[in-house]
Design a protein. Structure first.
Length: 282
């Protein structure tokens, strides 16, 4: 079940210190979102051994880049690859206090793992939030699902603001849902990109020049996504509205809606991704 809605804190009035551990694509997208939302760069510290030129430039605006962090941190956002988590998370211990908030966007790493890596096994040193964003965060159109442990209402509001700087945030109470969340929305952009890729390939096979097929596929997927975003109608109704009985769309959907068609393939794909997310957990 979803948690009660959380109102975001106002980052423009934030008076603490946010530490970002890892400033790759997703961490960098979050950082840019915070600054767009009005967070004072002087209230951000970034720990990233290989900062991109874009991240390095932010040091000139006041962001602390790989400088000593004056702890304790109000919030630490963990955006490193899960494979290095066991090695790098313990380095955060000196800047954490019981009043701190740790927000992880690492795929597959559970609250229990994060608590053990930051503190003692089975004992969280501070409030924790585990979140799963997706790559449209890079353009402010991402969606993130989060689950909290020992977080106060104010800390949830802060997490909402930090995660919501790149798009929509949904909260759940059951951490067990996070594997399916990862399979649907975390990995989901890749499925959409694959749709555009295969649609273009099918167009070429039907005789279209490759550049035209690619443009048609790209604009069709992008435009349909925007229509889905803006329309109050559900996807099934939108699909039905495009489909004339006995027409070309109906002929194509007769293939895609077969028992072994797109629906069955997507269910198998989500099942495989969910199982893999569980395997990657601690």
């Amino acid at each position: 079940m979803g948690a009660a809605s959380v109102e975001p804190a106002d980052l423009r009035n934030f008076a603490g210190l946010v530490v970002l551990l890892g400033a790759g694509r997703m961490g960098g997208a979050l950082l840019e979102g915070w600054l767009r939302s009005g967070l004072d760069p002087h209230k951000v510290a970034v720990l990233e051994p290989q900062p991109s030129p874009e991240i390095a430039k932010l040091a000139g605006r006041g962001v602390r880049l790989n400088a000593p962090v004056p702890g304790p941190a109000t919030a630490v956002v963990i955006a490193v690859k899960p494979q290095v988590a066991a090695e790098v998370l313990p380095t955060l211990k000196p800047i954490l206090a019981p009043s701190s908030l740790a927000v992880s966007i690492m795929a597959g790493r559970t609250l229990r793992f994060i608590a053990g890596a930051l503190g003692k096994p089975g004992e969280a040193p501070c409030a924790l939030v585990r979140a799963m964003p997706n790559t449209p965060a890079a353009i402010g159109r991402g969606i993130t699902v989060a689950v909290a442990e020992r977080a106060s209402a104010a800390q949830r509001e802060l997490a909402q603001a930090l995660l919501g700087a790149t798009g929509t945030v949904e909260w759940v109470e059951d951490e067990g849902l996070m594997d399916a969340v990862t399979a649907v929305s975390g990995s989901g952009p890749a499925y959409v990109f694959l749709l555009a890729e295969t649609l273009a390939q099918a167009g070429v096979a039907a005789g279209l020049p490759a550049p035209l097929a690619q443009k048609l596929a790209r604009e069709t997927v992008a435009g349909s996504g925007e229509l889905l975003h803006r329309s109050p109608l559900d996807p099934a109704t939108l699909r039905e509205n495009v489909t004339s009985p006995g027409g070309t769309t109906a002929a194509a959907l007769a293939i895609l809606l077969r028992k072994d068609g797109l629906g069955a393939l997507m269910q198998r794909a989500i099942t495989a991704a969910t199982a893999r997310s569980r395997e990657l957990a601690d």
